[in-house]
Write a protein that binds this ligand. Sequence first.
Ligand SMILES: *Cc1c(COP(=O)(O)O)cnc(C)c1O
Length: 396
Amino acid sequence: MAEQEHGSLKDKQEKKFATKLIHFGAEIDEHTGASSVPIYQASTFHHHDIFNPPDYDYSRSGNPTRQALEDYITLLEGGVRGFAFASGMAAISTSFLLLSSGDHVIVTEDVYGGTYRLLTTVLNRLGIESTFVDMTDFEAVKAALKSNTKAVFMETPSNPTLKITDIGEIAEWAKSLDLITMLDNTFMTPYHQRPIELGVDIVLHSATKFLGGHSDVLAGLAVVANEDLGRRLKQLQNGLGTVLSAQESWLLIRGMKTLQARMEHSESSARKLADWLDKRSDVVQVYYPGLPNHPRREIHEKQSRGYGAVVSFDVGDGDRAKAVLSRVKLPLVAVSLGAVESILSYPAMMSHAAMPREVRLQRGITDGLVRYSVGLEDVDDLIADLEQALDGKEAI
Ligand SMILES: *Cc1c(COP(=O)(O)O)cnc(C)c1O
């Protein structure tokens, strides 16, 4: 049985990405032929034969709906084992607990705010030390190495200024030193970027964003590159109980089937929006890896198949940013990204509000910076809406 499943997974691994999104192994229910995975809304499973325990015995340890999702993301990322968690932070925190007291981790300095908080207010109390470095500077990464360094945590493009880390360069260096490499792939998704193919050990996702894609599920995913990490992460997921429920697993599978269609549409709109913004003299700076002058664009192009759907731009100052946020009529003004609807966020007062102002400014997160996650609306409507918000003809 296992052999047969393994064989069919291999077949699927050879298909193109768009086909894998639809034919991932659990697209047809084997018992009834139903066109979607059943939601196994059960906490426990009957032991028909007490001497032969069933495959699933308790939903924290394993649930068939969650398993279908875990196999799905494993196939998409090209790893060996996947895990679904209650949120992106549950996936990230559980993975960090592969480390022990006394261990040190090198982390990209513009890492997601929640990851920064976890490292500096929780993991530090458990004796897990971290150093934040600018990962666009390989010398700085190497200089951060200590005798107790055990892991490197990357995020590229980073948030919100979309800085590019050279994944292969850092993964190769880390491997030569036996360090575990982790990468938060939320912004790119496996459609654009598959870090395991570049030598990364653990890929992490806030599936709340592009993978779920509809602003209606909170979830996290992790995929590992080898069996040993798989066994250790399974033990942590089960031991900590940070699992995703059957209902949410099903909703996430449903959202993921349209990942490529959504990403293609949003990305082509994001490119158009970024070009349009870049031509405006009243926009101080536009950050988008697809723009010709984006720093390290050639490295991004080497390791990724696309530029994504997030565009950040600086409108000059805080008052103007607030005016734009109150004038836009189409995007949701909110925290989060990666949904069918466009979402406009204000890092200075939302995701990065807890960061000291000087540190925030140093990282380019100015008071005038806003972040646009482009959804599936018609891009001409989005541009017209942003134009009226920037021109500010209407009263607030
Ligand atoms: C949102 C986000 C997270 C955290 O995920 P949650 O699902 O909100 O817990 C982690 N990393 C990145 C890059 C994110 O955007």
